[in-house]
Design a protein around this ligand. Structure first.
Ligand SMILES: [Fe+2]
Length: 258
């Protein structure tokens, strides 16, 4: 993708976000959350992709995937007032439908168009589905890492914000109370991603989010995670589990070596 094409796309996306702005404070916070997230993921994509993709046009395409990956969140929130796919709609699928309907991307290069739409469609799948071509898989791996890195930022900032100013839909409406579930802790110590079905409190959910480190694909993503101190900042906001921070930090540090 040429830089000029990306600039046009970014202009379209900015206007698209603004079309969902609301005079209701809660709705506006939730929409702004996803707008800022989209730009954050775009930046992360740029940082990670330039280590793994040859050529400027490929890197710009990665930035476009980052910017547009959550385009489905806006109509999802407008229709259902939630970001929980399980009680509304798959926002990856809705994102592709939204782009096809509303965004001027039909003049894109055919191969780039395929990568962009497939990456959006599957960025939130539990695992990357089999049978995709290797270029698409590479972009999917990139977007999944870039997305996770920015979701960690969102979550940390959420807890650093006064309750009245928090974007309500960010924490999925889970109760704050309770200690971590043993199944959740067991998954983490087994270096496995926590399953949403085992999550019953917000602290469980924090561990679920941290368990995403076991699904990161690129050494650069591990390095960014360490540099930004996300592990300690998430664990610092919940009851202490002895040894957990050093266990996770050691795992990520090892992975930065490639
Ligand atoms: Fe998403």
């Amino acid at each position: 993708m040429r830089r000029e094409e990306f600039v046009l796309l970014r202009g379209w996306f900015q206007g698209f976000c603004e079309s969902f702005y609301s005079a209701e404070k809660e709705d506006q916070l939730n929409i702004k959350l996803k707008e800022r997230h989209s730009f954050g993921v775009c930046e992360n994509m740029s940082l990670i992709a330039r280590q793994y993709i040859e050529g400027e046009e490929g890197i710009v395409l990665a930035e476009a995937v980052g910017l547009l990956h959550d385009v489905g969140r806006f109509p999802q929130y407008a229709r259902y007032k939630t970001f929980r796919d399980s009680i509304s709609v798959n926002h990856g699928v809705l994102g592709v439908e939204t782009l096809i309907k509303e965004c001027p991307i039909s003049e894109m290069d055919v191969e780039e168009y395929a990568i962009l739409t497939q990456s959006i469609k599957y960025h939130n799948a539990y695992k990357i589905p089999p049978g995709l071509d290797s270029d698409t898989v590479k972009y999917l791996k990139l977007i999944r890492d870039a997305d996770k890195l920015d979701i960690w930022r969102v979550f940390i900032e959420y807890f650093d914000t006064d309750e009245a100013d928090r974007p309500s839909a960010a924490a999925l409406g889970l109760p704050l109370v309770g200690l971590c579930n043993n199944d959740v802790l067991r998954s983490v110590y087994n270096r496995q991603m926590v399953l949403l079905k085992d999550v019953s409190t917000l602290d469980d959910y924090k561990l679920l989010q941290l368990s995403w480190i076991f699904d990161l694909n690129f050494a650069t993503s591990h390095r960014l995670l360490l540099e930004r101190g996300y592990i300690g900042r998430i664990l610092g906001n919940m009851p202490q589990v002895d040894g957990l921070e050093s266990f996770l930090t050691a795992y990520v540090t090892e992975k930065t070596h490639g």
